[in-house]
Design a protein around this ligand. Structure first.
Ligand code: HEM
Length: 451
């Protein structure tokens, strides 16, 4: 057995360790650890040692097999508390299990298939706003679209008019989170620094929307059968009580944020990759044309659009919207041949895992053929982890896949995106994996092009 202290590690600087690389070039740090250390290795952020696991077996052990020996990292909870409170993403143990059970009905298969029409309809509507020949930032537009969809499907509200402002508040929040994560001595949140004031304003902006939505629904007092009704009206099984306003806020905020930002990034990266691979893009368009013949897709159409799904899966392999999954050891545990003491910080990086050449030969190549059913069956279980696994697997997994699948097919039918190859696109891991300065694409409406 190897105690974690003797795990292989990457070289760092005195005192600060790998902090600079963690701060400025985090994705490459993960790749470096996996290259130099193999399945398990460590890096250091000042005095904090972080263990990176980089194999399907070890990911399975932590996320599934021994999931109860791990918690969400304390630092995640501390840093996101002002915004997400004790919502599903950050809570733990019994409290989390109780909340998850309550929220789960909103994500049952039967329920989410009813969201397909809204998804297709909104995708159809947003592309009509883009003038032919105009350049758009597809990252921003996908964010607007998915925010609009999550608002309508889960909360039955229209937030399109506010999307830009909410997006800006969200970005402020994530930047602040990221900065605090990689700073030696984070300034306490109550100090009135410009950064803290910006963060406070962003939180107030997001809160204003969430509390307004809750207030309006309480006032109308009707059960619309959506997620918000579930949060407001369901009683806990054990004591018959209702969820407090604060808890409704925390869950709603979590779902609002987790429910659009990741999917938007999956879509933005998909369009970016398609813009670089004309043959793959043409094949995906041909599939949409053949199956849909000009119609807006329905849920039933998705089974006949397998290549579009392969494109999406491959885009999420190269650019997993959640590039890192963090855990903290809750009680000393043995993983593989290693003893990990209580309190150890663990990360699994889908970004690095998805680039293991033994799982994905020529890992940097964009190749949707990796996702034919036969090829997918040959892949080790948990070598592909865009949604994590085990009891904390993304609750919106099927919602997100269906949404992105529908949006890709709808837009493939209507527009062609042209990528300006001179752009330098750099992925930035701000909790989610965003393109640092967006992705500019020229929109050509297919109906306006010569046949
Ligand atoms: C492509 C899109 C998405 C990706 C890649 C993604 C990824 C993830 C990942 C990796 C986790 C687990 C983190 C962990 O194990 O620590 C997670 C959790 C979560 N996701 Fe997603 N997500 C996506 C879309 C969505 C959507 C659409 C929703 C809701 C509408 C959602 C809501 C949540 C929630 C509430 C959790 C916490 C679940 C729990 O801990 O019980 N996500 N997501």
């Amino acid at each position: 057995m190897t105690p974690s202290l003797t795990l292989p590690s990457v070289r760092g600087l005195p005192f600060i360790g790998n902090l600079p690389k963690f701060r400025w070039d985090r994705l490459n740090l993960y790749l470096q650890v996996s290259r130099e250390c193999g399945d398990i290795g460590t890096f250091r952020i000042a005095s904090r040692t972080v263990v990176l696991l980089n194999s399907a077996e070890l990911a399975h052990a932590v996320l599934v097999e021994q999931a109860d020996a791990f918690e969400k990292p304390r630092i995640l909870r501390v840093l996101t508390e002002p915004v997400l409170g004790n919502g599903l993403l950050t809570s733990d143990n019994q409290f989390h299990r109780r909340q998850r059970k309550l929220v789960a009905p909103a994500f049952q298969h039967r329920r989410i298939t009813t969201y397909a029409d809204v998804m297709a309809d909104y995708a159809e509507r947003i592309q009509r706003e883009w003038p032919h020949g105009r350049t758009i930032d597809v990252a921003q537009e996908m964010m607007r679209l998915t925010l609009w969809i999550v608002g309508k499907t889960l909360f039955d509200v229209d937030v399109l008019d506010e999307a830009e402002e909410l997006g800006a508040a969200l970005e402020t929040m994530m930047r602040s989170f990221n900065k605090r994560l990689s700073t030696l001595l984070p300034v306490p949140l109550h100090w009135p620094t410009p950064g803290n004031r910006r963060l406070q304003r962003a939180i107030e902006r997001l809160d204003a929307t969430i509390y307004r939505i809750i207030r309006e629904r309480r006032a109308s007092d009707d059960d619309r059968g959506d997620l918000l009704s579930i949060l407001l009206q369901t009683q806990y099984e054990d004591d018959g009580s209702y969820m407090s306003d604060r808890q409704v806020h925390d869950e709603a905020m979590t779902l609002f944020l987790a429910g659009h930002e990741t999917t938007a990034n999956a879509l933005a990266w998909s369009w970016y990759l398609l813009g670089q691979h004309a043959d793959i893009y043409a094949r995906m368009r041909a599939e949409a044309d053949r199956v849909l013949a000009g119609r807006i897709p329905t849920f039933e159409d998705l089974a006949h659009l397998p290549y579009t799904l392969q494109v999406l899966k491959e885009a999420m392999r190269l650019y997993p919207p959640a590039p890192v999954i963090g855990r903290q050891v809750a009680r000393t545990v043995t993983i593989g041949d290693h003893i990990l003491p209580r309190g150890t910080d663990i990360v699994i990086s889908p970004y690095a895992l998805h680039r293991r050449p033994d799982y994905f030969p020529e890992p940097e190549r964009f190749d949707p053929e990796r996702w034919t059913p036969e090829a997918e069956r040959r892949l080790p279980r948990h070598a592909y982890l865009p949604f994590s696994a085990g009891p904390r697997i993304c609750i919106g997994n099927h919602f997100a896949m269906m949404e992105a699948h529908i949006i890709l097919a709808t837009l493939a039918q209507r527009v062609i995106f042209e990528l300006d190859p001179r752009q330098h696109i750099k992925p930035e891991p701000l909790i989610t994996l965003r393109p640092r300065n967006g992705i500019k694409l020229r929109v050509l409406h297919r109906a306006d092009l010569p046949a």
